[in-house]
Design a protein around this ligand. Sequence first.
Ligand SMILES: Cc1ncc(COP(=O)(O)O)c(C=O)c1O
Length: 413
Amino acid sequence: MLDIRAIRRQFPALQEEYNGKPAVFFDNPGGTQVHGNVIRAMVDYLTRRNANTHSGFETSLRTDAVIAQAHQAVADLLGCDADEVVFGNNMTSLTFHLSRSLAREFRAGDEIVLTRLDHDANVMPWALAAEERGATVQWVDIDLETGTLDMSDFRRKITSRTKLVAVGYASNALGTINDVAKVVGWAREAGAYSFIDAVQYAPHGLIDVRALDCDFLACSAYKFFGPHAGHLYGKREHLSRLQAYRVRPAGEELPGKWETGTQNHEAMAGVTAAIDYLAGLGVTYGTAHQDNTRREQLRAAWPVIQEHEERLMARLLGGLQAISGVRVYGLTERADWKRRVATVAVRKTGTTPQQLAMALAAENIFAYNGNFYALSVSERMGVEQSGGFLRLGLAHYNTEDEIDHCLAVLDRA
Ligand SMILES: Cc1ncc(COP(=O)(O)O)c(C=O)c1O
């Protein structure tokens, strides 16, 4: 079991006062707070290792090492090899970048399959690429009762005409975890590429791209306690074969072929520290040992993180359902908690999501309202015109006391 007090002490932002008192961070799906080791690693990079790459002098050698370590750390996080990891600004930019290369293979009459549950970063890069190439978009709908994807619709939409299937691992609005393994299997059978947006799943569970056998997967470190940087996994065969848009004299070697321009080296140092922190949880609180590989340590970390998050989810969902006028969107039954992360979308009769967020903000409880770029979710649920949702997004450093505080404010609102 996680020692949350000890863990919270490791996050400088959680020790700060905001307007004279501590804050409750329920804005985690928008970005998590950063572990102290991440901040120290970034400062250390900028202090002692700052340079450009590939030269024989000391800071440049150190920078090359930072870059190599960061690729290996993300490879351990995702279960792949270091040369299959591409760094970039964020998931959105990486996805636009890749879409340009994949689109070269799209032809008129081809189809791509997108979902109404996805964040727009896993929609527009593909929809625009399809439009440019004369390909058609097939949309997979949401079951409005449960906030889950309509899987029979999904199965039907993937055909021999499909060139790409893009699906989110977990919804950033409703918290639904999608059966991405099944979708990847359907895509593979149809001879289509599979692309998984794992941005919202990454802070909550183990990702294993080999087991999934997906072609591509993207996530962002600022959602898992690290700095603002994104990562794209691509199967080596694809990253090697596809044409990357790059400048001369960037060569063919991976992953440099895909990493355009000078990278954010200090963020790379921070990403390694964030992943090391998560792996350390597997040693301190899980079944892993110091001499296990980082991947093994990460594998041991997620069950203890999930155990705590499920306890939080029980408190939050139970409490919300007990407040008169509150509606929780998406999966709420205990039996379904393995199919969702602790990202909860709500509305309350007689108030707007913005009013709820402002009432929380007045108490230093930080939470977002709106559609969170999951525009189709908000539209399909019929709430876009009236302000979308209030989103309460938990991370493993949150506590039951924080939830009780939030519930009391929502009850009064
Ligand atoms: C599910 C999901 N996908 C994609 C993104 C975009 O990520 P980035 O900010 O790294 O571009 C977000 C950001 O909130 C997200 O929640």
